[in-house]
Ligand binder design. Sequence first.
Ligand SMILES: Nc1ncnc2c1ncn2[C@@H]1O[C@H](COP(=O)(O)OP(=O)(O)O)[C@@H](O)[C@H]1O
Ligand SMILES: [Mg+2]
Length: 273
Amino acid sequence: MTDVIELSGLTKAFGATVAVAGLDLAFAAGARHAVIGPNGAGKTTLLHLISGELRPTSGRIRYDGRDVTRGSRVKRSRLGIARTFQQPTVWSSLSVADNVALAAWPHTPARGTWLRSRYRSLAEDCGRHLETVGIATLAGRPAGALSHGERRMLDIAMALAAEPRVLLLDEPAAGLTEHGVERLLTALRALPPEVTVVVVEHDFAFVSALADTVTVLHDGRLLATGTPAQITADAAVRAAYLGDLDELGDLDELGDLDRVGEAGGPHVAGEAV
Ligand SMILES: Nc1ncnc2c1ncn2[C@@H]1O[C@H](COP(=O)(O)OP(=O)(O)O)[C@@H](O)[C@H]1O
Ligand SMILES: [Mg+2]
């Protein structure tokens, strides 16, 4: 498989805090690649660097073979990198369908000229993104009236409206009910296979159900990369997260990695891998 995104020596420092520290990592085209790690590991910063919200202190980002390290967020989004945020942002007073159509607008060829007819056909076309995420029946509803889970689905539909090749999701399952997580998994599985999905998530059960590749970050460094099964079995990961294995049991039974990190397992980042 070819790599659609390649990071080399990627580093982001905020003053004395090095949020991402010399990361070498590649995302294969069409992968379902999860990035996990405790709070403060640098996961959100990593997504910000890939999408162009932040500029790296040093290192390189290649997308589809070209260097986009200095490219703006807007340019990267036009090239096919879309993302969602930890807090979904929608236009509350507008309908669900209008939200998606407005998200699609900057990616249409005639974006410079406002044409009502064009907008209408765009809004119709956006129905398929609402279908992908399972909220087509809510198209006419004001976005402000949606539940938390529905708003997350809308946020993903808005990202899809850009017809991305790479979709970056920051904790999409956070705050969802069990049913909401199921709906989210169904929606993400319905994405076109050629779209590369990079998902930051805490819930390891969710990660195992979705991802073919898992990367563990710790203090901005790469602790391990592998299949969910390899990560579960990885000694360094287990040591970092689990501390006393006998007491805590299997990684995939634990779900919330943050809680495990806070429980005070030994910190092995920097030594391992
Ligand atoms: N804008 C910022 N200014 C200063 N420090 C930041 C900023 N963003 C993140 N950090 C710090 O960088 C580290 C990584 O943060 P973040 O990427 O949000 O981690 P995660 O998403 O894994 O919880 C943390 O120590 C955080 O406090
Ligand atoms: Mg985060």
